[in-house]
Design a protein around this ligand. Structure first.
Ligand code: ATP
Ligand code: MG
Length: 259
């Protein structure tokens, strides 16, 4: 199968800072690509290139086989690339239904009596979240600020799926969550994968990466230091690579809880 998105020899320089150097990587439909790397390795810069925020200094971005230059994040979004940022961009004092649609609300009535169909928006939002196993939120009027971090992630991912995203870029979606919440988000990623969505999963967390990842890409100082598929390395090798030799026993135990 041809990749959904591909970077070929991408550089991104900020003055004398070389944030990305000769980065090549592929995102496949129905696969989860884990993007790993330490602070300052270039992960955010890389997702900004994928999501149309930055154009590369050199190299090519390919979308479904064609070389592409995004006009900006909106352009990328319209072409099916959804990015869910760490803070999810949710507005705490907005209702679940409103947040789900954010400017794309269903409208009822005819001009000049048109208004947002709040009931419909709420029903769709709640239904969509239920599909992903989030049953605790039953009322679309509930304010986003009253939802947990994991629930907000579910809302944001559900929204992207509803609007037909082909690719999901998730920036540390599980980093601030407890075990239960993280596993809810990881499960949701599996559902998105089953639906053929290509996922880029940025994480510092070895066990989360191992529990869902199909492909792995490790960035060190802006370069791809390792890139491999799940079965190409043993679980131990992957964990060690990600941790740089740290003791992984505790992580192994945690992994069992999640699976
Ligand atoms: N807009 C910018 N202007 C100048 N330098 C930048 C810019 N964005 C990133 N950099 C630099 O590029 C390098 C990579 O940064 P980046 O934010 O991509 O790393 P990261 O892997 O996301 O780190 P973290 O895990 O801390 O989020 C850093 O040296 C950073 O200072
Ligand atoms: Mg970052």
């Amino acid at each position: 199968m041809s990749p959904l998105m591909e970077l070929r020899n991408v550089d991104k320089f900020f003055g004398s800072t070389k944030a990305l150097k000769h980065v090549s990587m592929q995102v496949h439909p129905g696969k989860i690509l884990c993007l790993l790397g330490d602070n300052g390795a270039g992960k955010s810069t890389l997702i900004k290139v994928l999501s149309g925020y930055h154009n590369p200094t050199n190299g090519a971005v390919m979308l479904e086989g064609d070389e592409t230059k995004f006009a900006g994040p909106r352009d990328a979004r319209q072409r099916g690339i959804a990015t869910v940022h760490q803070n999810v961009g949710s507005i705490p004092l907005m209702s679940v239904g409103r947040n789900f649609f954010l400017g794309a609300e269903p409208i009822k009535g005819k001009w000049p009596f048109r208004s947002i169909d709040t009931k419909k928006a709420n029903t769709i939002a709640v239904e969509q979240m239920r599909k992903f196993g989030l049953t605790r939120v039953e009322n679309g009027d509930q304010l986003v600020g009253t939802m947990s971090g994991g629930e907000r992630q579910v809302l944001a991912i559900g929204r992207a799926m509803y609007f037909g995203a082909k690719m999901l870029i998730l920036d540390e979606p599980t980093s601030a969550l407890g075990v239960k919440e993280a596993s809810m988000v990881l499960k949701m990623m599996r559902v998105a994968r089953q639906n053929g969505v290509g996922i880029v999963f940025i994480t510092h967390n070895a066990r989360h990466a191992m529990s869902v990842g199909d492909d792995f890409c490790v960035l060190i100082q802006g370069e791809v230091a390792a890139s491999f598929k799940r079965d190409e390395k043993t679980r131990e090798e992957v964990l060690n690579l990600m941790a740089g030799g740290e003791d992984m026993t505790a992580l192994e135990e945690d992994l069992e809880q999640i699976d």
